[in-house]
Design a binder for this molecule. Sequence first.
Ligand code: TYD
Length: 138
Amino acid sequence: MNTNSTINDLQIISLPRIEDRRGNLSVIEKDIIPFEFKRVYYLYDVPGGAERGGHAHKNLQQFLIALSGSFEVVLHDGKDEKTVTLNIPNKGLLLPKGIWRELKNFSSGAVCLVIASEVYLEDDYIRDFDEFVKFKMV
Ligand code: TYD
């Protein structure tokens, strides 16, 4: 299992943006993100001040997009921390496995789309930060 991902492995990926007077269109298709996706979910109706995330994944990779509004993603690799703001519907954050994430400061009406490389599996989560730091030291 590869546990040595760091915040330097995070990538912002731009999606194609097809501009039109009637509104813009962006597309996520295979080859744009470097994994085959098995699941899509989204966070919405996030109350002011709420925080999501607060975990890492042992194996799952994700691609996060602010479809609407904005939010911050605080990322930790066991040593270093970095905060990324997502607020552009055609730019997403590629999150490798083994990165702790917290999502906060959601704007009113923000929608976070998550494209995931695996089906939902609770066993893939590390929900305790100290356990995560130990996992990264293995
Ligand atoms: P979680 O992944 O902890 O949410 P977030 O990281 O966005 O704060 O999931 C919250 C709850 O939803 C948890 O009880 C598991 C459940 N859940 C599913 O049943 N299926 C899914 O695909 C996801 C992502 C979560």
